[in-house]
Design a protein around this ligand. Sequence first.
Ligand code: C2E
Ligand code: MG
Ligand code: MG
Length: 632
Amino acid sequence: MNSPQPPLEDHLVSHRQLQVRRIEQICQLLLVCLPFMALTNIQVERRHVLLIIVSGWLLVGVSLWLSRIGRHEPARQLLILSMFALASLAMWFDQGPYNGVLLGYGAILVIAGMLARMRLLFALLFLMLAWLGWLNYAEISGLRTFEVQPLGLRRFINSAVFLSVIACTVWWLASDLRSLLARLRAENRRVRESEVSLAYQAQHDALTGLPNRLLARDRLEQALQQAHRAGRQVALLYLDLDNFKAVNDSFGHAQGDELLREVAARLRASVRETDTVCRLGGDEFLLVLAELEHSEGAVKVARKIQANLSAPLQLGEVALNCSCSIGIALYPGDGDCFASLSQHADMAMYEAKAAGRRTFRFFDAQMNASQAAQMQLDAGLRGALQHEQFVLHYQPVVDLQTGQLRGAEALLRWNSPEQGLRGPETFIGYAERSGLIVEIGEWVIDQACAQLAAWQAQGLPRLVLAVNLSPVQFRRGNLDRVVSTALQRHAVPPSCLELELTESVLLQDSRDFAELLTRLKRLGVSLSIDDFGTGYSNLSYLQRFKVDRLKIDRSFVGSLSSDHSARAIVSAIAGMADSLGLQTTAEGIEDREVLALLSQLGCSQGQGYLFARPLPVEAFIEFARTQARPPV
Ligand code: C2E
Ligand code: MG
Ligand code: MG
């Protein structure tokens, strides 16, 4: 792994600090060297030069001090200008342009170029040229005569000191340049590496390291082109783990991640090198099987995956058995691009889930049709809610002994503009699966209460209206609020409303559910169990929850006169209800013989075509007004 590199910004800051250090080092070097030059000039006739060196030494000292107190820019300018002044004055008083100090001009320009601003560099160049021009003019015009001094120890020491200072300075500056270049190169490499890593991250899943959807699309499209040229097939497998959510919920996300990594490894091990396994996110994976001879190849891979995943998978202390549902779409039959193939494989995967999971399904055109129909139904139901296309029909419920009307069951119908009046069996199932039943159910409860209020206002006898509830409505948890709001809005006595539950709802044993039922009972509404006898055999819930009524399913009622066992069941239900203090309503009474038998068995109320079919509201009011009695 690469060690983290400082960003470019930091390099620039440290470069600036380095420049400051170099200025200070040059100052220190000059402070040490200038005294040597001064020593060689301690002669009366060279006092000018000595004075210049001493003043230069002092100016360099001031530069160092300025730099130390943080005034870097003035320090830099003072140092460079005083070096220039020192060299220039030394030339004026000693040998003019023949003085070896002329070499120093070059060094000063290098230092200015490296450590100061451009403006100062060009200003210096201009001053130097002007000064040299002046020296030449002074010589030519006879203003001053510059004589070359004979060589000797003093000149040698001066030149040696001078050259040493220049060499040191150039060495520092050159090594600064070299290290800056090295840093820039490292920075460049880092940027290139991070570009590569960004490109990798954009195409791979961080958790498993598998390609992601983007790369899968790319690989599939390449595979499609190759398969097209070679006249072969390509299979796209859409894979979803079964019950992954349960693992995540019970063992935590860290273990869930571990499971996904292990699954990814097993998937990779199930396919060839040339195939692609990608993770779409969550517990969904996509596999591209390139260049298939036959669809049988996809079946083999799907089986191998199931087998590989089913081997126990160790999650910490626990060994888990994992399984998945796989949907398969084939090129060219099921689509010729990523969008259509992945959509079809996804639909096939849902079929595999619906078929009980731990299996695979190939896409077929019928799935498309049923998907389209479902989408149409979804839009239709949403439109029905919006445009008030739902209506309630009311099936009278009568007292089986007296034949008097006791109430009604509200049954939902959809007045579809395209298909006319549709019964609940054509849409309730989908509404439950999609969750739309919650909103539809709220409308039913509200409408039933509105109707009860209207009947009271119209002077009808006091009736109990039963409303069917779906298990999905119970899962929302706010059913009691929905019911109490409707009762209050329409000022309906709660005892006039009966809620029909299915047996499966009562089997939920959670505390939340028990509390919800208690809250509903507390509102004062009654509870009945619909289609009683068709559900589960464990009847302990009858004791646990305060149910008021059992509605005996019409499958027993209808065959009462012909089937002995049906009679035994109805008789047992009636007896049990009696001993538990529950009321009974028989559903689906179609003939008088059944009616007579039900009366004998002690069933209190009933509904069925013998009395009336579910009626539109006007017809129901008519029925209630005539208090139609069954023909006895
Ligand atoms: P259910 O609650 O058991 O309703 C009784 C069903 O039996 C009604 O069918 C009714 O028309 C039918 N029926 C009544 N008497 C007779 C008879 O003598 N003979 C025969 N053959 N049938 C009879 P419907 O209206 O088609 O309703 C079917 C189911 O749809 C209902 O069964 C109920 O489970 C569900 N449902 C109806 N309305 C709603 C609703 O608002 N919400 C929910 N969640 N489900 C509803
Ligand atoms: Mg019912
Ligand atoms: Mg029923």
